[in-house]
Design a protein around this ligand. Structure first.
Ligand SMILES: Nc1ncnc2c1ncn2[C@@H]1O[C@H](COP(=O)(O)OP(=O)(O)OP(=O)(O)O)[C@@H](O)[C@H]1O
Ligand SMILES: [Mg+2]
Length: 510
């Protein structure tokens, strides 16, 4: 097979860490290479070098038989390597069309942008990916999933020889993933080659021909997908076997006391008549398709999003929560699905992020911060949550994606919450760390914390929750108790196929 990309001896270090340590890889025409590895293993750094974003310490890159060096991503794109980055890079205030063709708009007479052609070309692109979107729609009005698809569209629009995707499906639904895979298969038939980074090991088997594993900056495996099992991959990634991915519950959930009660929550056109009870020590799952209103209900409970009507009770007393500050006062933690937008303070040190919601506990009467105590606490959190970093003063921006997610978890645990609302807790997190996060959730529940977990991954909900509520078009369609958990049953509810009765004893909030 014709080799399209031959990258040799790539190394890249940052202060205190050798992120990529002498990696070589070959990619054939039309081949799909999966790249996997723990958080911080160096995957993104490697592809940042290949995509011209970061200057390597050492590298030889041969593309299509020619030796190339890039000093910008534009150069890499022109040579034929496009990258869809882990964090989205779209401009919110511009339209879909303007984003896709940024800096490459079709030019008409008098050197003016030919808008008709721009919208026309965009429309064709959107149709190719089965997207029912208007090219004129502003990006800020799109969902996370739609934005992610748009990033991919933008990268393919330059017709690259090699398309690199860094965790492209972390915010996508099953349906969107299927559509993405169909498109990847179509493009590979036309000769496009792919490097595909993912933490979802099932995707490796669905889409890739070959898989390369990275560990601590080094290559720890390079296999044909047909020759390996999921467990083989985990061992190569983590260097150990993971026995209980979904964690172990200290004691079975049996509390009966209600910690959080939501009555008659409404928001026009978003969700309707939401009633629920969360018990102490319970992990309650919200299942549903994108747009079913799960995230919005979570956000309304913590006052980040508005509600038209409804009451919220904590330990039997009505509370009024209008913003995240109120939520913190009531010890409700909300971990957002979009950590970049409304979760972390990226430009600030890891240490400052972790104590941000509980900063008052570390302030003296005259307003000085007790740095010693802060450092002690943060050091212990870094250990407890397994955050890989060279220093607690490192800016969050420079942590790997999965480690950023762990910082978010550590940050909210610092308020010692009574209730945690957790939206997509393991987005971008490697298998080993996933297991850690599930265990942290289960341990918190065992201590009596009530947890709401919002997730699109059914196996995750089934593995972690005590009870699951299924959302469909902004309504709770039904409830599934632990003893009745099955993917089929939950799928049927979220798809609105069955209208299961909700058991009065556990969920009807009056
Ligand atoms: N700009 C930077 N400055 C300093 N350190 C960095 C920078 N970018 C990455 N690193 C460090 O390099 C190492 C590799 O990070 P990288 O982002 O490549 O990991 P990754 O494999 O993509 O992880 P994840 O699965 O979490 O996305 C990490 O220790 C990270 O903190
Ligand atoms: Mg990464």
């Amino acid at each position: 097979m014709e080799i399209i990309l031959d990258a040799r001896n790539i190394s890249k270090s940052f202060p205190g860490v050798l992120a990529v340590d002498n990696i070589s890889l070959k990619l054939c025409k039309g081949e799909i290479l999966a790249l996997i590895g723990e958080n911080g293993a160096g995957k993104s750094t490697l592809i940042n070098v290949l995509g011209g974003v970061q200057k390597p310490d050492r590298a030889q890159i041969i593309l299509n038989g020619q030796s190339v060096t890039f000093s910008s991503s534009d150069q890499a794109i022109r040579a034929g390597i496009s990258v869809v980055f882990q964090e989205l890079s779209l401009v919110d205030g511009l339209s879909i069309a303007e984003n896709i063709f940024a800096n490459r708009q079709p030019i008409g007479m008098l050197n003016k942008i030919n808008w008709r052609q721009l919208y026309q070309q965009t429309q064709e692109f959107l149709e190719k990916f089965n997207l029912e979107l208007n090219p004129r729609t502003l990006v800020k009005n799109l969902t996370m999933g739609q934005k992610q698809i748009l990033e991919i569209l933008k990268a393919t629009s330059t017709s690259p020889k090699v398309l690199i995707l860094d965790e492209p499906t972390s915010a996508l639904t099953e349906r969107e993933i299927k559509c993405l895979f169909e498109n990847i298969r179509m493009l590979r038939k036309q000769g496009m080659s792919f490097i595909y980074i993912t933490h979802k090991l099932s995707e490796v088997f669905q889409i890739a021909d070959r898989v390369m594993v990275m560990r601590d900056g080094k290559k720890s495996g390079n296999e044909r997908v047909n020759n390996v099992s999921e467990n083989d991959l985990i061992s190569m990634m983590v260097g150990r076997k993971i026995k209980n991915l979904y964690g172990i519950r200290g004691s079975a959930f049996s509390e009966t006391e209600t910690v959080l009660r939501v009555v008659g929550l409404n928001r026009k056109n978003v969700f309707e008549d939401v009633n629920l009870e969360l018990r102490k020590g319970e992990i309650l799952g919200f299942a549903g398709l994108i747009g079913a209103g799960r995230t919005e209900v979570g956000r309304a409970i913590v006052g980040v999003d508005p509600k038209d009507s409804g009451h919220i009770y904590l330990d039997g007393k009505e509370v009024h929560i209008n913003n995240s500050k109120d939520a913190i006062i009531h010890k409700i933690a909300y971990l957002t699905e979009d950590r970049k937008k409304d979760g972390l303070f990226e430009g600030m040190a890891l240490s400052n992020n972790i104590i941000a919601p509980s900063i008052e506990n570390y302030t003296s009467v005259i307003g000085f911060l007790d740095r010693k105590r802060i450092n002690r606490y943060v050091e212990s959190s870094v250990l407890e949550f397994g955050i890989t970093t060279t220093s607690i003063m490192k800016k969050v921006l420079y942590l790997s994606g999965g480690n950023q997610q762990k910082v978010l978890v550590a940050m909210w645990m610092s308020i010692q919450p009574r209730v945690i609302i957790f939206d997509d807790p393991t987005r971008g997190v490697d298998v080993g760390s996933k297991a850690d996060i599930y265990q942290i959730l289960k341990d918190s529940a065992s201590r009596g914390v009530g947890i709401i977990m919002i997730s699109s991954e059914l196996p995750e909900l089934i593995g972690v929750c005590d009870r699951i509520l299924a959302f469909h078009h902004g309504r709770i369609m039904g409830e599934v108790l632990h003893k009745d958990f099955s993917e089929e049953r939950i799928m049927a509810l979220v798809a609105g196929i069955v209208n299961a009765e909700r058991s009065q004893s556990t969920s009807s909030a009056r």
